[in-house]
Design a protein around this ligand. Structure first.
Ligand code: ADP
Ligand code: FBP
Ligand code: MG
Length: 341
């Protein structure tokens, strides 16, 4: 059986470990021939791939990024579409696809699978916004990096008695902000899922200041203050034509300073939280997800995605994974919100 692998959407730490897990299991144990398409769907459309065997994946688990590259190129365009992909895969002799990606990628995987193209999903994203699985690899590393940033901002913030605002990623789901904020003991954590008023944010900041501490505010890029119609965006669109989010930290800090009189500074963590060496947790999760995806291909379990349930890797229907977003539930927000200020 000839299996194609691709990565689509934003990169994240652990992608190489996942590719290695799928290839070692697929080629050495299950007897597949495997190829890796370059830069996601671009490689499928333009016929650019590399052979994937034991030598191709040697020593790559600790490496960030992806040896296959990634992109936000969509195959579902009028020029290509489902039939175009079907024809390309037939041309390359590919019997099945393993698509490594987040909610967007698995949405495409589901459409292809529903159209009869044998596809298996392998979930990744730092945002942890994919349903059907407890965690995606990449998330743990991003949280560790954001937590270290909070620890560092604290010492400089305390020295100057400033309010420090840290902006982290999270387009629709605030998991990185929630977990890093909790780990770092942030006094305010602002998520895309739950608006707050500027009055409330400033009241929390003032209560921290009144205790003689320097407030630390963590804000996810997708957060909106009450009354804001849209998220704060940067110039330009992403590869899929969506507005690029980012900048809420730089909006908030001056507003806090103006209202509270407390000197404030904003830091945007940005792509630092997607780069570099994956944590051991992410390497293990990614490797196991890769193995599970290869096993599912061998078993003909097309249309499913490798999911973490507790400590077990199980296959779930792609429909379950993309039917909704995994956002922060109200009880998880309330749990920390009671401690703000
Ligand atoms: N509903 C959709 N229809 C067509 N293509 C889509 C759709 N959703 C996502 N895609 C394609 O899949 C890519 C990956 O999705 P994206 O959200 O960018 O990353 P991720 O897979 O990490 O969530 C998008 O950039 C786009 O090209
Ligand atoms: O600047 P880029 O690479 O387009 O990506 C920014 C987006 O990608 C992410 O890091 C990850 O999102 P995906 O998992 O959907 O690719 C988001 O948190 C962020 O909004
Ligand atoms: Mg996404």
């Amino acid at each position: 059986m000839r299996i194609g692998v691709l990565v689509s959407g934003g990169d994240c730490p652990g992608l190489n470990a996942a590719i290695r897990g799928a290839v070692l299991r697929g080629v050495d144990v299950l007897g597949f021939e495997m190829i890796g398409f370059m830069d996601g769907w671009r490689g499928v459309i333009e016929g650019e791939w590399i052979p994937l065997d034991r030598a191709a994946v040697r020593g790559i688990s600790p490496l960030g990024g992806t040896i296959l590259g990634t992109s936000r190129v969509s195959p579902l365009t009028p020029e290509v579409g489902v039939e175009g992909i079907r024809a390309k895969l037939a041309e390359y002799g590919v019997d099945g696809l393993i698509t490594i990606g987040g909610n967007g990628t698995q949405t495409v995987a589901r459409i292809l699978s529903d159209a009869g193209i044998p596809t298996i999903g392998l979930p990744k994203t730092i945002d942890n916004d994919l349903a059907g699985t407890d965690y995606t690899f990449g998330f743990d590393t991003a949280v560790s990096i954001a937590t270290e940033a909070i620890d560092r901002l604290r010492t400089t913030g305390e020295s100057h008695r400033r309010c420090m605002v840290l902006e982290v990623m999270g387009r629709d789901a605030g998991w990185i902000a929630l977990h890093a904020g909790m780990a770092g003991g942030a006094q305010v954590i602002l998520l895309p899922e739950y608006s707050e008023s500027l009055d409330q944010v400033c009241a929390w900041v003032e209560s921290v200041r009144d205790r003689d501490r320097a407030p630390l505010v963590v804000v996810a890029e997708g957060f909106k203050l009450e009354g804001m119609e849209h998220e704060v965006t940067r110039a330009g669109l992403d590869g899929f034509g969506r507005p690029r989010l980012g900048g809420i930290g730089e909006v908030l800090a001056p507003l806090i300073e103006e209202r509270t009189g407390m000197e404030s500074r904003a830091t945007v963590l940005g792509h630092v939280q997607r780069g570099g060496v994956p944590t051991a947790f992410d390497r293990v999760l990614a490797t196991r997800a890769g193995i599970a995806a290869a096993d599912a291909a061998a078993a003909g379990e097309w249309g499913t995605m490798a999911a973490l349930h507790g400590t077990r890797l199980e296959m779930v229907p792609l429909a379950e994974a993309v039917g909704r977003l995994n956002t922060v539930p109200e009880d998880r927000y309330e749990e920390v919100r009671r401690l703000f200020g």
